[in-house]
Ligand binder design. Sequence first.
Ligand code: AHG
Ligand code: MN
Ligand code: MN
Length: 319
Amino acid sequence: MTLNAYLASEVSDPDLIDLIDRIASACWKIGQVVRDSALDGNQGHAGTVNPQGEEQKPIDLIADDIFRTSCVQNSNVAVLISEEVEDITTLSTAQSGGFVVAYDPLDGSSNLDVNLSVGSIFAISRLGADLDPLPEGRSLECAGYAIYGPSTMLVLTFGARVVGFTLDVTAEDYVLTQADMRIPAEASEFAINVSRSRHWDAQVSAYVEGCIAGPTGPRGKAFNMRWTASMVADVHRILMRGGVFLYPTDAENQAQGGKLRLFYEAFPMAMITEVAGGRASNGQTDILDVTATSAHQRTSVILGARDEVTHFDTLKSHT
Ligand code: AHG
Ligand code: MN
Ligand code: MN
């Protein structure tokens, strides 16, 4: 089944179908730019920084431009929130019911020069009557990501199930390859940047020590560990074969509230995780219940296998 056939059967709003179609095309183009980025010299420094003070690469800005240009062609798009742009973009036509699209145009861009997977992440909601542009996690209508790996894939949810499409370059179409992506409740693989362990709090340290201790430790089994440094790639692995992903606040990043951003990284991945049967927590609250006050607000993220996230939460009371 093609993406367009799937959208026609699952989505009743033609405006939403049009928007997803435009985002899918944008991701196709971004994937092509990623593929050619070394040849085109787009992997170096752009000489600018994003709202978080991180250096931008030319390709971060190109991906933002492709994503933005595609979205605004849908006349019902009201607001854009991008990782690469300080200010929220409110279109002059914005009105209640218009789409709010929050997106990370290129996730994991530190992986580009080593030719590993990167991606794009997005969340779609509607502008309410108060015209507040900041979405609520439980109000998302659609969340998704594209992964630019050995193949380009688009993973989507509208709240009922998580589905994956693979780009068939020859047929020039996305084809449904994962009809119902589920995250098993139990896991024996975790993902965390261990180089930050000196900054961890007692809860995170206790969790990881429990995993590393293996069969004779408190967990009573062996765990494997993976860290891609591309959230899209790590979350995609968890959707395909299970596991848990952690990017917690720690002593070094807590002044900023963590590393990952709520609206265009944590919210969409949390919705995808929950719909796939997993959990997404900030260590205290389910991420989708967190309210935010600024476009680039950061959060602690612990997501994936339901029982692992719950186990992580229980360690709070012991620390
Ligand atoms: P981005 O490339 O959009 O700035 O996001 C990178 C994020 C995320 O993809 C990944 O999980 C994390 O940063 C990696 O951080 P470390 O380099 O600290 O491992
Ligand atoms: Mn990112
Ligand atoms: Mn990014």
